[in-house]
Every structure is written in structure tokens, then in C-alpha cells.
Design a protein around this ligand. Structure first.
Ligand code: SF4
Length: 507
């Protein structure tokens, strides 16, 4: 629709534009200064960055947004969310204040941090403004991120930042303050009479501060909320949200113009897909568990550490002595990812397929296993040593299982009854967990259901490693890869310290 409007207007204008001039015109860029740590993201960035920065900065921000959203899905309190996200922010999207001990206001790194924050916000705006649902989710999580940073900001710098915003707040005059003194005092919890007279007050439209109205923390009169200065955060947040909503609408309208940019469009499409379940791939060092007994005969005992998708494949294989093609592929790549060698994998499958002859196995199955490991196949496959283990995103979004197939993710592809039965078969019998899983699944938060089960099954071990400090937030972030699930479960249950974090996001 927007596209048609744009095209309808454009031909007339287009004839007046010299395309050569337009194509070769020198763009004007404006390098921005970032005097404040916080940003309301009102001015879009205009300076150049590389395509790699464009992609990597967006991915780093996306990690943070995904973790904030996962915390809210799991009903974590603001304090728990802050404790979980703060170390991740320091790792992926640091944003120091001017007075932080490691930064002076002229520090180039400080500017780079702020630039990355600024650009990554606008890149994700582009990626997430296409639908109403994405816009709403993005705005909600960005708002939570802004709140977290606002609360943690240095008090003096925060005040300078607030003063620099020209927000639409009407200051309550001294006369009105005196006239409303008793009402203000009664309607605002924790306020003493002198504060009414001495503190600053602002009048804003009541719908811009829903939190304060909902919590009965402000006096309302004639559609206005009377907000004491100490509730400044709600008003700044309301300003932030209003600007972001408007900005997302404008971006959505401008999006069709990006269609022809074949460098950015694939990146943006991949980013928005990543918003459902962040993607990840494993490197060899990520999946390695040095010293772990991983061979053909240890898969049965190790399967207690498998996520439900792989547990289901393993149980089905043991029951039927067979798996169909996609099941074999999903499971073989997972086993390869946990460190099973090709030789052991061939032994494992040969023993598991006990109803077929050697001849049939060699003819029909052997080649595909070797192909998955990159032992045979085209040069590119062999150079790359075969295919990578599937991430949750791939399992959730590609090749849904048909009748008689067992691959896929049980949280997504099973009915609630069958899922509950499978969970109980694997020892998950806590009623609260099963209820939580049911709710997650109904809201299509499949990987959150999986993380819920993981956290329940490893509750004691997670508490232990948190308390003794051997695992940090990065090692306990949301699981988005079956092999990460296995590795984390194995390390926790065997009492080992966390090794290098198990996955790298990849778009
Ligand atoms: Fe497997 Fe991922 Fe589904 Fe968990 S969420 S069962 S790891 S695909």
C-alpha cells in the first residue's frame, strides 16, 4: 500500500531528477558528539560505518534485547533482570558515564561505545518496524533497556541529561502548588507538607504516565497528572516511549525505499527473524568437552543431558531402531557437535539400526552420515568439514516434521498432551514447571519453555555455580542451541567450571 503510494507520486518527481547527479552526488554526513551517556534516539545517524559494523553492532544489541525479553517472559523482577543483564551489557553493549573511572569525556572509546549504541538502535528500528507486532515488541524491550540504564546512570549526569531534553512538561506555579497543597499531599504517597511547597512539580497529560496513575502515585485533575520531581523517571520514560513509537511509524513508512538495497535487506531480514529465537552456531572449541567420555557406547547415559528435541530422537530411535531422514540428520549433527567422532558415529548408527543388514546400512545410510561429517561430498562441504549442528532457530523454523517423523522441537511440534507426557517420561514432573511450559507454548515461546525446564532440572547446580562465582551471567544466558543445552547440562552435573562460552551468534 505504502509502496503504491510512493510509486504513484514518484514518476512525476523522478523525471525532474538527473539520476546521474543523484547517483554521484557527494552525501553530506554529520559526525555526532555524544555529550550524554543516555540517548532518546531522536536524531538518526548519518556518518559512515562498514557493513561489518552494521551487522555486528545490531547483533550485539539483539543479544541484549533477547535477554531482557527472556527475563520478562520468565517473570523476573526488575532487580533480577538488572542483575542478569548488567554483565551482558558490559560485554556486548557497554555504555560508560563521563565520570566513570576508566573514561574521560574525550575518550575515543567512550565515543565509540555511544556511537555503537546509537547506530545499533537505529539499525534494529529498520529491522523491526515492518509489522505492528514487531514494532510493539521492539518498543517494549527498548523501553526496558532505557529504564535500566537510566536507573544506573550517575545521578549528576542523569540530571544534566534530563535538563538537555526539551520535554513537554508544564511547571506547576507556586500559587497552584499552594492552592492544591492538601490534595497533592494526600494523593502522593510518602510526601510531607514542606515537600509540597519546596519540591518542583510538573503537570503532564495523565495518559503519558500510566505507571504513576496505575500505582495511584499522583494527583489527577482535569486530565492532568501532577508529578513530583522525584518521579522524573516515569516522565522521561514516557517521553522516550512516545518518541520511539512515532519514530517506528515513520520508519515503517520509509521501509519500501530500502527494498532495492541488496546489501542491507538480507541483513535486516535475518535480524528480524532472529528476534523470534536468536540464532547461533557452534565453533569446534565451543562444543569440545576435553576428557569427557564421548563414544558410541556412552550416548545412552549422556542422553540425560540432551534437550527434549534430541531426547525425543534418542527415545524414538531406541524404540523403533530407526529414524527417518531429517531425524537422522538433526541427530547426527547434534552428536557430531557434542564431540562424537565419525567412526564412533557410524558404530552408533549401525548398532541402533539393528533391524537392517550390513549391506542395507552401507548402501542406504552410511553415506549420509559421512556426508554430514564432511568426509564425502563436494569440495566445499569437505573443506568446511560438513554441516553445522542445527540451532533452535533452524529447528523451529525449517522442515516441520510430517507424519511418522520425529525431528523438530517437541515444544513447538507436539500437542500439549503429548508434550506433557514426553516431559513426564523424561522426569519433569513438577506441576508449576509443567504449567509454565504450557503457558510458554501457548504464547509460542518455545525456547523459553525449554529454558524453563533446563533451569528447573539444574536448579541446585545453577545456585551453586552462581554462589561460588565459577559461572558468570554469560555462561548462564538464554539457551538457543541444543548443543549449548547439552554442554551446559554436562558441565553443571559433573561439577566442572564453565569453559569458554558455548555459542556465537551468527547471522
Ligand atoms: Fe531443542 Fe531448542 Fe526446542 Fe530446546 S528449544 S527442544 S534445544 S530445539
Amino acid at each position: 500500500m505504502i509502496r503504491q503510494d510512493y510509486n504513484r507520486i514518484d514518476p512525476k518527481r523522478r523525471s525532474t531528477i538527473d539520476y546521474k547527479k543523484k547517483q554521484f552526488a557527494i552525501p553530506t554526513y554529520k559526525q555526532q558528539d555524544y555529550p550524554h551517556r543516555l540517548n532518546l534516539y531522536e536524531v538518526p545517524p548519518t556518518a559512515e560505518i562498514t557493513l561489518e559494523q552494521f551487522e555486528q553492532w545490531a547483533i550485539d544489541r539483539l543479544r541484549i534485547l533477547a535477554e531482557i525479553e527472556a527475563c520478562s517472559f520468565r517473570n523476573k523482577t526488575p532487580g533480577e533482570t538488572a542483575a542478569h543483564v548488567t554483565p551482558l551489557l558490559q560485554q556486548w553493549l557497554p555504555l560508560r558515564s563521563n565520570t566513570s573511572s576508566s573514561a574521560g569525556s574525550q575518550d575515543e572509546n567512550l565515543k565509540l561505545e555511544r556511537k555503537k549504541d546509537h547506530y545499533s538502535h537505529f539499525i534494529l528500528r529498520l529491522a523491526f518496524s515492518s509489522t505492528e507486532d514487531l514494532r510493539r515488541r521492539f518498543a517494549r524491550i527498548e523501553s526496558a533497556l532505557f529504564r535500566l540504564r537510566f536507573q544506573n546512570d550517575d545521578a549528576r549526569e542523569r540530571q544534566t541529561f534530563v535538563e538537555s531534553l526539551q520535554l513537554d512538561w508544564e511547571v506547576v506555579s507556586e500559587e497552584e502548588k499552594k492552592a492544591l497543597g492538601a490534595d497533592l499531599q494526600n494523593a502522593t504517597p510518602g510526601l510531607k507538607r514542606p515537600d509540597v511547597e519546596e519540591g518542583g512539580w510538573f503537570k503532564v497529560d495523565f495518559e503519558t504516565v500510566p505507571e504513576l496513575v496505575e500505582g495511584r502515585r499522583v494527583f489527577l485533575k482535569a486530565g492532568k497528572a501532577y508529578v513530583p520531581v522525584r518521579e522524573q523517571m516515569s516522565m522521561v520514560l514516557a517521553g522516550f516511549n512516545a518518541r520511539l513509537d512515532k519514530g517506528l511509524e515513520l520508519t515503517a513508512r520509509a521501509l519500501p525505499r530500502l527494498d532495492e538495497d541488496d546489501r542491507l535487506t538480507p541483513i535486516l531480514n535475518h535480524l528480524s527473524k532472529n528476534f523470534a529465537t536468536p540464532d547461533s552456531t557452534l565453533s569446534d572449541s565451543d562444543s569440545a568437552l576435553p576428557g569427557a567420555p564421548i563414544n558410541a557406547s556412552s550416548i545412552d547415559p549422556l542422553s540425560q543431558h540432551f534437550p527434549l528435541c534430541m531426547r525425543n530422537l534418542h527415545l524414538t530411535l531406541r524404540k523403533n531402531s530407526h529414524l527417518k531422514h531429517f531425524g537422522r540428520l538433526q541427530y547426527t549433527l547434534f552428536l557430531k557437535g557434542i564431540g562424537l567422532t565419525l567412526e564412533d558415529c557410524l558404530i552408533f548408527w549401525r548398532q541402533a539400526f539393528k533391524l537392517v543388514t550390513d549391506d542395507t546400512f552401507n548402501k542406504e545410510y552410511r553415506y549420509n552420515i559421512r556426508h554430514a561429517y564432511g568426509d564425502v561430498g563436494g569440495d566445499a562441504i569437505r573443506r568446511g568439514r560438513g554441516y553445522s549442528p542445527f540451532s533452535c532457530q533452524k529447528i523451529l523454523t525449517e522442515h516441520p516434521p510430517g507424519s511418522g517423523e520425529s525431528h523438530g522441537c517437541p515444544y513447538q511440534h507436539f500437542s500439549v498432551e503429548n508434550l506433557t507426557t514426553l516431559l513426564q517420561t523424561t522426569g519433569v514432573n513438577d506441576r508449576d514447571v509443567l504449567r509454565g511450559v504450557k503457558e510458554d507454548v501457548e504464547k509460542k515461546r518455545f525456547h523459553i519453555a525449554c529454558n524453563r525446564v533446563f533451569e528447573w532440572a539444574h536448579k541446585g547446580d545453577i545456585t551453586r555455580v552462581k554462589e561460588d562465582g565459577s559461572w558468570g551471567a554469560a555462561e548462564l544466558d538464554t539457551i538457543v542451541h541444543p548443543n549449548t543445552y547439552f554442554k551446559r547440562s554436562y558441565l553443571l552435573k559433573s561439577g566442572a567450571a564453565a569453559t569458554v562460552k558455548g555459542e556465537e551468534m551468527n547471522t
